[in-house]
Design a protein around this ligand. Structure first.
Ligand code: ATP
Length: 464
């Protein structure tokens, strides 16, 4: 039975199609029919993703004195995952249809399908619910025995816990301090869906922030750190330009939190397909360091020079999905309007599609054009202006200036609007003859301003 199409489906379809058309994101292994739950980033997608990573690293590592960056291996000793609880419990409930053999997550079926045990795709009978471990299992080396088993990490977090002692021994940090990491994670999701939202291979940006354990039940110092991170996570969402009105904090109630967490807040986003998790913030107590101490037999306690005492620190974990950030930014930025609309083949006016990306994440910040492509003097001047802007903005740490002389000027504006370039600079005959400056066009309003060549970089700097 086909699912009813919603407005959300249409928006997602338009976003996915724009991503493919304009070289942001492609289906993984597309020429072979794809591989469910995998996505390949093209040049503009990589630029967008890298801009997000840079903003994250700047806010959470470079601008702080209490953070240590790490980049741990994806393959880890199998004991890591026994200690973390993933071997025993990282599972989702799976049901299979006896007729069409489609598989579903039992906890994501609608109430009718659950009550009647009826397949939502073909109406066939659903089988018993089984537990399905989501880790990708592999073997390290030539042997295929149990000793060689390893897993593609399902989260980056454990790579930081197992390096806690290395950082303490080499940097001697004082508590509180954190480890931060950006890297790939893999989950064999039963039902990958909603584009980048639920993939089988994705990237995370995570922090394990270590604090002193509470002295007694009334000691609520950890709450302050937790609240500080709530503020920092919101500030990061503003850095990437997300509309704060679309983000909602959900206090995860007792009984629904992960086994290690004493408090969890999920930051949910209003996606075109509903309100669902974007990021998580959890107070993991001393669970992980204790487990790794027990399983590895290596002492992971910390000696506090001030209080002259030894203890296992507690940990607060802000966890960000990088691909979910890319998707949230794209969903938030996707707009259609009637500006400069042209008639399509069927005689109907085509809408302008544009990405209202924040300049902080836009793949290109500025595009430079000659008004006409077949006038060498215009092209020459436009190239000079392009080189000048590119060089001077790079000195100020701003990259992403592009040159475009394909098609007519209207088409170029449309193309740049579609990929979210905030400013287009056009060189025309007046620029050459009257030294009348250049035209700078604003993506969102379409307004054009004449700016003197000598003031162009300062003008753009103020806007970006
Ligand atoms: P969900 O409930 O949506 O499956 P989760 O609570 O299992 O997510 P965490 O284990 O807390 O997610 O992972 C931290 C972050 O990693 C999430 O907030 C999300 O941004 C991202 N993430 C988790 N699973 C996926 C996935 N399958 N695809 C893309 N990003 C993901």
């Amino acid at each position: 039975m086909p699912q009813k199409e919603t407005a959300g489906d249409k928006t997602m379809e338009s976003i996915i199609s724009l991503c493919k058309r304009r070289g942001f994101i492609f289906q993984g292994s597309e020429i072979y029919g794809g591989l469910a739950g995998t996505w390949d980033y093209g040049p503009l997608g990589v630029a967008l993703k890298n801009n997000i990573k840079k903003l994250w690293w700047k806010r959470f590592v470079d601008d702080r004195d209490d953070m240590y960056g790490v980049d741990a291996a994806i393959l880890m000793n199998q004991k890591t995952w026994e200690a973390s609880g993933h071997v025993g419990g990282f599972a989702d409930p799976l049901v299979e249809c006896s007729k069409c053999k489609h598989r579903f997550r039992a906890d994501q079926l609608d109430t009718e399908a659950t009550a009647k045990k009826k397949c939502p795709d073909c109406g066939g009978k659903l089988g018993e619910t089984k537990s399905f471990n989501m880790m990708f299992k592999t073997h390290v080396g030539a042997g295929e025995d149990t000793a060689s088993v390893s897993y593609l990490r399902p989260e980056t977090a454990q790579g930081m816990f197992v390096n806690f002692k290395n950082i303490v021994d080499s940097f001697h940090p004082k508590l509180p301090f954190g480890l931060a990491q950006i890297g790939k994670a893999f989950r064999n999701e039963i039902a990958p869906r909603d584009f980048l939202f639920r993939a089988r291979e994705f990237e995370q940006m995570e922090i394990e922030y270590f604090i002193c354990p509470p002295k007694d039940a009334k000691d609520s110092e950890w709450k302050k750190t937790f609240d500080d991170f709530v503020g920092e996570m919101k500030a990061f969402m503003a850095d990437v330009g997300l509309d704060a009105r679309k983000v909602h904090e959900l206090e995860v109630p007792d009984g629904e939190r992960a086994h290690y967490s004493k408090r969890t807040i999920d930051f949910e986003f209003d996606w075109p397909f509903g309100r669902k998790e974007l990021y998580g913030l959890a107070y993991r107590t001393d669970f992980d360091l204790k487990q790794h101490s027990d399983f590895s037999k290596v002492d992971l306690s910390y000696f506090d020079e001030d209080g002259k005492e030894r203890f296992i620190p507690h940990c607060i974990e802000p966890s960000f999905g990088l691909d979910r950030t890319v998707l949230a930014v794209l969903c938030d930025a996707y707009h259609e309007d009637d500006m400069g609309s042209e008639e399509g083949k069927d005689g109907k006016k085509e809408k302008r599609v544009f990405l209202k990306l924040s300049p902080s994440v836009a793949p290109y910040k500025v595009a430079v054009f000659p008004l006409l492509k077949n006038k060498p003097e215009l092209v020459k001047k436009a190239k000079e202006v392009f080189e000048m802007i590119k060089k001077e903005l790079a000195v100020k740490g701003i990259n992403g200036v592009t040159f475009d002389d394909n098609g007519n000027i209207g088409k170029r504006y449309r193309r740049q609007d579609e990929i979210g370039t905030p400013y287009c600079v056009t060189i025309d005959f007046d620029t050459l003859e009257k030294d009348a400056g250049v035209t700078v066009r604003d993506r969102d309003t379409g307004k054009q301003e004449r700016v003197a060549e000598g003031e162009l970089v300062t003008y753009l700097m103020q806007k970006l």
